[in-house]
Design a protein around this ligand. Structure first.
Ligand code: NDP
Ligand code: 8X3
Length: 250
């Protein structure tokens, strides 16, 4: 039977690549993000392969999240796969120099936004005793690196929420797992450095970073395992990266 996946942050990077890879593999899509023009473009492209519905909301806005997911068209009401991907780093500064606005953004989007979306989706999975939740964590949720402080905290929170969800939803037969990437070349660094192209390019200089598609193909593997297999937690690096702070560059 055809499955339906809801992907947050589908306008760019890992989320967009996941939507593309899912569509190539016959999974219907609910694609979400704030940039409607990008969602429309993606709907048009992927709509040639699968059914696509787009939802425009900011994951920080819990009323908007609830309304969008609560009012899905009938054909999209059964969400089999939730990919909690929307998120970003905002800033990279020592803790005494960080911006409160950046801290708010990271906690509100990466942590609270993920919870609001999950809260809107999980009850119907519980009713059906089925479903699969993929949380996009990060190596930043496994090891803290200099100046990563609050972004790392937000991803450690994702790690804890991933574990908590898996424990609490175990009795309902719902699969929960996280994928934790290292360096992936997306719009991530442009957001982190507020559009500073030079600083952003340096992050990936002299090495082959992962692509959104590398991560997306791994997510596809996670969601296509047999019913008795749940990949609970996965760390994925580019070959050139060994940890948050050890990266081999040419
Ligand atoms: P991108 O910046 O390319 O994509 C981020 C996505 O999140 C966009 O689609 C954006 O959509 C969405 N998003 C951001 N803020 C909000 C918001 N307030 N409400 C709704 N959607 C939002 O980055 P990545 O693809 O790299 O990041 C995706 C996830 O992967 C994040 O959780 C990130 O932390 C994680 N990650 C990234 C790594 C990397 O090196 N790139 C490594 C490890 C983890 P829009 O702006 O249209 O709302
Ligand atoms: C993104 C990877 O190393 O920039 O989560 O934090 S890193």
């Amino acid at each position: 039977m055809t499955k339906t996946a809801l992907i947050t942050g589908a306008t760019s990077g890992i989320g967009k690549a996941t939507a593309e890879v899912f569509a190539e593999n016959g999974i219907d899509l609910i694609i979400c993000g704030r940039r409607n023009d990008r969602l429309q473009q993606l709907s048009e492209n992927l709509g040639k392969k699968v059914k696509v519905h787009s939802c425009v909301f900011d994951v920080r806005d819990k009323k908007a999240v609830k309304a969008a997911i609560g009012n899905l068209p009938d054909a999209f009401r059964q969400i089999d796969i939730l990919v909690n991907n929307a998120g970003n780093a905002h800033g990279l500064a020592p803790i005494d120099q960080g911006s409160e606005d950046d801290w708010d953004a990271m906690i509100d989007i990466n942590v609270k936004g993920l919870l609001y979306v999950s809260k809107a989706v999980i009850p119907s999975m519980v009713d059906r005793k089925a479903g699969h939740i993929i949380n996009i964590g990060s190596v930043a949720g496994k090891e803290v690196y200099p100046n990563g402080n609050v972004y790392c905290a937000s991803k450690y929170a994702v790690d804890a929420i991933n574990q908590g969800m898996r424990i609490d939803l175990n009795e309902h037969g719902i699969k929960v797992g996280a994928i934790n990437p290292g360096l992936v070349e997306t719009e991530f660094s442009m957001v982190r450095f507020k559009g500073d192209e030079e600083r952003s390019a340096k992050v990936y200089e002299g090495m082959d970073a992962l692509t959104g598609r590398d991560v997306a193909e791994t997510i596809l593997f996670m969601v296509t395992r047999p019913p008795h297999v749940n990949i609970a937690d996965l760390l994925i690096f580019p070959t050139a990266q060994a940890s948050s702070t050890k990266v081999k560059r040419d």
